[in-house]
Design a protein around this ligand. Structure first.
Ligand code: TRP
Length: 338
């Protein structure tokens, strides 16, 4: 396939806190195969992180760590564009223009805004409200057609579509209208302590969440403590709506081992939760260990990470400049006099 006809994919993760097993299985891992088929941009969205209070030195550190993690997870800088959002100033500039075609009411209705306003009641800043417009800017700046995200981001991608269509209707065709690429596998890994809630990096209970930096002991300990139920029958290890804890562990096991859920149910027939949980731990550890080793190796080579980021920002800027210039022209801004 020639480069021109490849569809473009854009996605991003905030360099905030720790990346969870849920983020990995539900998002990053599903991005790697897309690289063969599409023109992909994967972004570390540092500007988004500023919507909640950050410790500057930690934000910087997390940004490098997430970049290394992207590469360690198989995102290939030779194939895809890996970059930091703030390195391409057009993101913030396009967001301003998009603000002018987005309604306050729309942003007030966003579920994530309402959730975060509740969680950070002392800091309901304009950035928190504007978050989805910056995300729309990320996507539209690159004319991305596909946006692989988890379920919780679907509403934001839908808003992005509305903004793109509204802009196109008002100023003539300018933006590609993107679509969500929802992965079925791993789309919703649940909390180990409350299997009706998503595994979330902001969960205050650390036993609820496996992070990609957890060592083998931590993974085993958290899985042993994972909430199941009081079923002691021979087929207690089974996927079922009335067994959310066990079903979540089966999903994790299946995604990490490559064994289907049905096959796993047969494997653990007659076995109790103790044996099962240890097997889940083994499967998770075997996925995490190579990623952790590679991330560590990459982080020791700062010059390499920087070279990836330099090249990524150059490639991204090239596309971003074109889109922004077109947008500025369409809305009637006078081009800079040269
Ligand atoms: N809001 C996304 C999240 O929290 C991260 C994000 C920012 C993003 N910009 C994006 C995802 C653009 C996809 C496309 O997960």
């Amino acid at each position: 396939m020639a480069d021109e006809v490849k569809k473009r994919v854009f996605s991003g993760v905030q360099p905030t806190g720790k990346v969870t097993l849920g983020n990995y299985l539900g998002a990053i891992r599903n991005w790697t195969p897309l690289q063969q088929q599409y023109d992909c941009l994967f972004c570390v969205v540092d500007l988004h992180s500023l919507t909640v209070e950050q410790v500057p030195a930690e934000l910087r550190k997390n940004t490098f760590e997430l970049t290394a993690l992207y590469i360690a997870c198989g995102l290939d800088p030779a194939r895809s564009t890996l970059f930091i959002q703030s390195h391409v100033h057009e993101h913030a500039e396009l967001a301003w223009i998009l603000d002018t075609v987005t309604y306050v009411g729309e942003l007030g209705r966003m579920t994530q805004f309402k959730d975060k306003s509740r969680k950070h009641a002392d800091n309901i800043n304009m950035g928190l409200m504007n978050y989805p417009v910056l995300m729309a800017s990320d996507i539209l700046l690159y004319q991305a057609e596909l946006v692989p995200v988890g379920k919780d981001q679907v509403q934001h991608v839908e808003l992005t579509r509305d903004i793109a269509q509204r802009f196109n209707a008002r100023y003539s065709d300018t933006f590609a209208v993107p679509q969500c690429l929802l992965s079925k596998a791993g789309a919703s890994i649940k909390s180990l302590q409350d299997p009706t809630a998503k595994m979330s990096k902001s969960d205050p209970n650390e036993n609820a969440v496996i992070t990609l930096t957890d060592d083998a002991d931590a993974v085993r300990r958290k899985l042993r403590r994972a909430v199941t139920d009081s079923d002691t029958s021979a087929n207690c290890v089974r996927h079922s709506a009335d067994k959310p804890g066990v079903s979540n562990l089966l999903n994790i096991y299946s995604l990490c081992s490559g064994v289907s859920v049905e096959q796993a149910e047969r494997t653990f027939e007659g076995k109790g939760y103790g044996v099962f949980k240890d097997a889940v731990a083994d499967a998770v550890i075997s996925v995490l260990q190579p990623i952790q080793a590679e991330q560590k190796r990459l982080l020791a080579d700062k010059a390499y990470i920087e070279s990836v980021l330099r090249q990524g920002a150059e490639q991204a800027s090239h596309i971003a400049q074109k889109t922004l210039a077109k947008v500025y022209r369409k809305v009637g801004l006078v081009p800079k006099i040269r």
